[in-house]
Design a protein around this ligand. Structure first.
Ligand code: PFF
Length: 467
């Protein structure tokens, strides 16, 4: 036997680390953009229902599989299925998916770091120039930023679960909350801020159709870091006596609250900049919003709060999103690292070295797909479109495999590992859960309609994306 398995030092540490994973670029920008485009308060309502009725049970399932097996996802599926080959496939998917998502998430985090750096040195007019983003993502300096970001992630993970992941989350998450609230208070004092709040929150149920409902669920699923093996892996580091259902509820609540509050930051800022904003003016993607739209607003702030003030606001914003991205990146990268440590008995250092190198190579290729190398830009074509390497990773892993992984964990927990074992694991640290209506709801939903819904999303995405 090697050293005993690493563990989080406290319940708070675990909750902050898991919330750190969940709170990411998806909350800070993805959610406000999606909500505003898709019916405001109406979208919010549907989203919240999905978080608690569909995603929370899946999160509980993932955490319990991790805690019971005390293994990475591959080892967990293997152990709890008695080594059945087809469940090995599910295990492999749960470690390949996070690695591939880490590739595209790293690319975006590197851009964020670059924009943070430029804001800190006061280069807002450059950032606001429409040509900047295109030049920036192709510039060789990007490689330096990538080295810096990878070094930060490496240093945190090198510290291990308690001294690295947990400490990092305990530092960055409170800082993130403070920056978020400070920025919200600031933007709410700007002219026309309330028009933005109204635009964000007034429900428009006429916008809700099948595609909006499906987008809300995908957003919620991604935002809670499900289907990526993360909650299995983090679950494997929690104490046997920890209360999994309540911890999961807190993580879901924090994640949703941050997404909601981020809307109170972004929308008032946009409306104070242009009170006549309408849906067509808003950027469709998070990337467009962060890197093209918002810098213009930061520059415009110079008129009201001066050069220094605007640079401080922009720096705080990019630091906020950067912290959110780093805690997510740490969690997703821990999954393949844990797998190499558990399955191949690699030391943490060696696992990090091997995977870090691979991650950098893949991410450089993915960033090159934005123009430097046409080979990667026109990698392949399907559904009548030419796709870059970056697009393929997003289409295959983010859009398609995530719901599939969610579906597999549901089926696995109820029908292979079995409901009685699942419940016994959860009851250990949560006597209030045993026999409760919530337990009955989780068992029922995970065994019935949740996998059906995830299957429908999976089939729909495959049909839309690839044919
Ligand atoms: N919950 C994260 C977010 O909303 O951005 C999802 C995530 C993505 C976690 C990528 C980790 C990651 F590397």
């Amino acid at each position: 036997m090697g050293a005993p398995r690493e563990q989080f030092g406290s319940r708070l540490g675990f909750i902050l680390a898991a919330a750190g994973s969940a709170v990411g670029i998806g909350n800070m920008v993805g959610f406000p953009v999606a909500a505003t485009k898709n019916g405001g308060g109406a979208f919010l309502l549907i989203y919240a229902l999905f978080v608690f009725l569909i995603c929370l049970p899946v999160m509980i399932a993932e955490m319990s599989v991790g805690r019971h097996s005390r293994k990475d996802p591959l080892g967990a599926y293997n152990q709890l299925s008695g080594g059945e080959t087809h469940w090995k496939v599910a295990g492999w998917l749960s470690i390949i998916t996070p690695f591939m998502i880490a590739v595209f998430y790293l690319v975006i985090t590197v851009w964020l770091f670059g924009y943070l750096f430029q804001s800190v040195i006061g280069n807002l007019s450059v950032l606001a120039d429409p040509a900047t983003f295109g030049d920036f993502i192709n510039a060789p300096s990007l490689f330096l930023y990538m080295v810096a970001v990878v070094a930060i992630v490496y240093l945190i993970l090198q510290g291990g679960v308690k001294e690295g992941i947990e400490k990092g989350a305990k530092l960055m998450m409170p800082a993130l909350f403070v920056m978020l609230i400070a920025l919200v208070i600031f933007v709410l004092t700007l002219d026309n801020a309330m028009a933005g709040v109204e635009y964000y929150l007034v429900p428009d149920f006429s916008k809700i159709d099948a595609s909006v409902v499906s987008a809300a669920l995908s957003q919620a699923f991604f935002s809670l870091s499900l289907g990526m093996g993360i909650m299995i892996t983090y679950g494997s580091y929690i104490d046997n006596m920890a209360d999994v259902p309540n911890s999961a509820k807190l993580v879901a609540l924090t994640d949703t609250a941050v997404a909601f509050i981020a809307g109170l930051l972004i929308l008032p800022a946009i409306f104070s900049f242009n009170p006549a904003t309408n849906a067509a003016d808003l950027s469709d993607s998070s990337v467009g919003m962060i890197f093209s739209f918002l810098p213009k607003i930061f520059l415009a702030l110079q008129v009201t709060i001066g050069y220094l003030g605007a640079s401080i606001v922009a720096s705080l914003f990019f630091l906020l999103v950067f912290f959110a991205a780093i805690t997510s990146l740490v969690s997703i990268f821990e999954v393949p690292v844990a797998a190499l440590m558990d399955e191949k008995q690699y030391s943490r250092k060696k696992a990090l070295g091997v995977l870090g190198l691979l991650l950098v190579v893949m991410s450089v290729l993915a960033s090159m797909s934005f123009g430097i190398a046409s080979f990667f830009t026109e990698f392949v074509s399907y559904a009548g479109q030419t796709k870059s390497l970056f697009d393929i990773i997003v289409d295959v892993f983010y859009d398609t495999i995530l719901p599939l992984n969610g579906l597999l964990i549901c089926i696995f927990v109820i029908y292979r590992w079995k409901k009685a074992n699942f419940n016994a694991e959860l009851d250990k640290g949560a006597p209030h859960y045993k026999g409760s209506w919530f337990e009955r709801y989780v068992d029922f939903s995970v065994g019935t309609f949740i996998p059906v819904i995830l299957l429908l999303i999976f089939i729909n995405t495959v049909a839309l994306k690839f044919f």
